[in-house]
Design a protein around this ligand. Structure first.
Ligand code: PLP
Length: 388
């Protein structure tokens, strides 16, 4: 028997300590902060743009769906996870947004992975905006396509990227960019794609419910809904106040996704409570289209007041207003100071921001009063770090 003592193997997770220390030193450490059901803070961090996640009609629709269909979908959509409720939601959301057909998935993230990967193959060219959401970026990475990242909101760069490519191509863009809240030039992107026989895939996560006629979304507003070469994804978790994601497009595309999109096929169907709540929210939105206008007006007021106070705030095309911070740690301290003063704001730092610029992110919602807006602005201004 060999009695030579063996060195203690080092921990397979030892490297995590180093990464944790590096993150902390750069002001990039993140931690979870569970919120209470009834928070005393004014919420400008969530994405409940229309105030529907707590609306009694929406929560009732979710609860009823849970009681009727069960707590879970029980299986993937192609096995036992499709219910009449899922079909109803898909038909209504397609009708509302102006598309032929819809497919509901477990999240907006899964919807983006599904659309990008199922619409591309080895040899496809993906042309992706530099400021696209992480889920579109991950879709590009997962696909076997060649991805060309083009400068932000630049249809000419898209044209240049597509020029000379002879096979299949897909242009991918957020409709409203989640960090700065600016809108993509959708009509010009569609023209650039069309000239080159490419499809256009738009993530309307921040447009559905707040932009377009009655909240029908940015793609509808650009006159592109239902076009044979346009596919749209969205989340059910922002303006609709529920959970889940959707892909909207021509019926043949949706049928293809059912057969080819791995994040659809190999994932348990959306929980009935979420599907029911999203459907309840959609019906409410049809009845109360003025909610969208209130949320947009609040965002514009935030921008006007913050800019007048000398802060570097982005002009919002939907509900997101972001305010530049001088550094990641200043952003974290600024958000913490706002929280101590009763205001919850988002804090974006690398790697969530591709340009490396840290920001506070304020999301407007339809329920804000003028007084709340004024108080929130004076809190953000009073707690601003030097250099902001
Ligand atoms: C632009 C964008 N796309 C997709 C998503 C993902 O949606 P979900 O949260 O439903 O997964 C988000 C946000 O979370 C988003 O901001």
């Amino acid at each position: 028997m060999n009695s030579t003592p063996t060195a203690a193997p080092h921990s397979p997770f030892g490297w995590i300590e180093e990464q944790t220390a590096a993150r902390a030193a750069a002001g990039l450490h993140r931690e979870l902060r569970p919120r209470p059901a009834q928070s005393p803070l004014l919420d400008l961090a969530g994405n409940d743009y229309l105030g529907l996640s707590r609306h009694p009609e929406v929560t009732r629709a979710g609860a009823d769906a849970c009681l009727h269909w069960g707590a879970g979908a029980t299986g993937s959509r192609l096995v036992t996870g499709s219910t009449a409720l899922h079909a109803e939601l898909e038909a209504e959301i397609a009708d509302f947004t102006g598309f032929d057909a819809a497919l509901v998935l477990a999240s907006g993230y899964a919807a983006n992975l599904a659309a990008v990967t199922a619409l591309t193959a080895h040899g496809t060219l993906l042309v992706s905006d530099a400021a696209n959401h992480a889920s579109l970026i991950d879709g590009c990475r997962l696909s076997r396509a060649r991805t060309e990242v083009v400068p932000h909101a630049d249809p000419d760069a898209v044209r240049k990227a597509l020029a000379g490519h002879t096979g299949r191509a897909v242009v991918v863009s957020d409709s409203v960019f989640s960090v700065d809240g600016d809108a993509a030039p959708l009509a010009e992107l569609a023209a650039a794609a069309r000239e080159n026989g490419a499809a256009l895939l738009v993530d309307d996560a921040h447009g559905l419910g707040v932009l377009g006629d009655g909240g029908r979304g940015a793609v509808h507003a650009a006159g592109l809904a239902g076009a044979p070469d346009v596919v749209c994804t969205a989340t059910l978790s922002k303006a609709l106040g529920a959970q889940g994601g959707v892909v909207l497009g021509p019926a043949a595309v949706i049928d293809h996704l059912v057969n080819a999109a791995r994040t659809f096929i190999f994932d348990t169907g959306l929980a009935p409570a979420a599907a029911g709540a999203a459907l309840g929210a959609l019906r409410l939105l049809r009845r109360e289209p003025e909610r969208a206008g209130r949320a947009l007006a609040a965002a514009r007021t935030f921008h006007r007041l913050l800019t007048a106070a000398g802060l570097d705030a982005t002009a919002p095309d939907a509900c997101v207003v972001s305010v530049r911070a001088p550094s990641p740690s200043a952003a974290v301290e600024w958000a913490a100071a706002c929280r101590s003063a009763g205001l919850s704001v988002g804090c974006f730092r690398p790697p969530s921001v591709p340009d490396g610029v840290s920001r506070l992110r304020l999301t407007a919602n339809a329920g804000l009063t003028d007084e709340q807006i004024a108080t929130a602005v004076s809190t953000v201004v009073a707690t601003a770090p030097p250099g902001a």
